[in-house]
Write a new protein. Structure first.
Length: 294
């Protein structure tokens, strides 16, 4: 088995058309067919079925595809790492981040990294937690930075919490609570609480804390985007509990007011995650050092 066969398989599995795959690979259609047949002989099972004029991945092909992606990505990653051993004048820092982390927390740290290593290309993929785990599993990114409320397989992945993020109550400046030095959770039960959808890690975390305090919010609104949540509070749609880090500018400018909740603190950890036993690139090691110093 060689990398050319694997790349041919991955290209054909994406387009499911021999002519299109040949064009993408800059080779002939018979060459694509020969590569696939050779790979199938190596593996001992069929990868594609042809039904009529259409091509389909077999069940074996579907299960083999993520492994092929891992092998191709690992090969390219290894070349990148070895180049960076000589110096960090060039190369790529490739990682994934959850929405809050990538938008609000990491840009300042990336700025420090960029000043120290201007030749390193930064590739930060901001996505959902499930997509991030998939990217890490297929070696498309070296590591992830995300909430410690997102479950991971600790047997497969190493993780370390480097930052404690506090979520705080925010209200519109005209809201009655904006004039108070603090409030209680009981003061909020009649308010419309703006949440992220129920599958988000932040929503699960907050509802878990509310259960601890035996309180629920019958009136709520779901908005999937944090910026939209902040705008909703600014325009009086309701109140919300979000990261203090994410609303610092709006609080300074007077668009939002942070109101402490007496006796209640919402803390979640932010951590980095990578495969156990792998060799991180020099660029990744330098960036993780910055995270640890944050």
């Amino acid at each position: 088995m060689n990398l050319t066969k694997l790349q041919t398989f991955l290209t054909l599995s994406d387009c499911l058309n021999f002519t299109e795959a040949a064009e993408q690979l800059y080779c002939s259609q018979p060459a694509v067919s020969m590569q696939i047949q050779s790979l199938e002989r190596d593996l001992g099972f069929p990868l594609f079925d042809r039904i009529g004029k259409k091509l389909y991945l077999t069940k074996h092909g579907e299960h083999f595809k993520p492994y092929a992606e891992q092998m191709i990505n690992l090969f390219h990653t290894s070349k990148e790492h070895i180049k960076q051993l000589d110096n960090l004048a060039y190369g790529t820092l490739s990682f994934g981040a959850s929405n809050f982390v990538g938008v609000y927390l990491l840009p300042a740290i990336l700025s420090v990294f960029n000043r120290s290593f201007p030749g390193i290309k930064i590739n930060m993929n901001i996505s959902s937690s499930s997509q991030l785990i998939s990217l890490l599993e297929s070696n498309k990114v070296e590591f992830l930075v995300l909430s410690d409320r997102i479950p991971i397989d600790n047997a497969r992945f190493h993780s370390k919490t480097f930052y404690q993020d506090e979520l705080v109550l925010i209200v519109n400046p005209q809201h009655p609570l904006a004039q108070r030095e603090e409030c209680t959770l009981a003061n909020l039960v009649d308010e419309t609480l703006i949440f992220k959808p129920n599958k988000s890690a932040t929503r699960v975390f907050l509802e878990g804390k509310f259960n601890e305090y035996e309180i629920s919010f019958p009136k709520y609104m779901e908005i999937s985007n944090l910026e939209a949540i902040k705008q909703g509070v600014i325009h009086g749609l309701g109140i919300s509990i979000v990261s203090r880090f994410a609303i610092s500018q709006e609080v300074k400018s007077g668009l939002l007011v942070e109101v402490p909740i007496n006796g209640v603190q919402f803390l979640r950890g932010i951590r980095y995650v990578y495969h156990r036993g792998i060799h991180l690139s020099p660029a990744a090691k330098q960036f993780i050092t910055l995270l640890d110093e944050h």
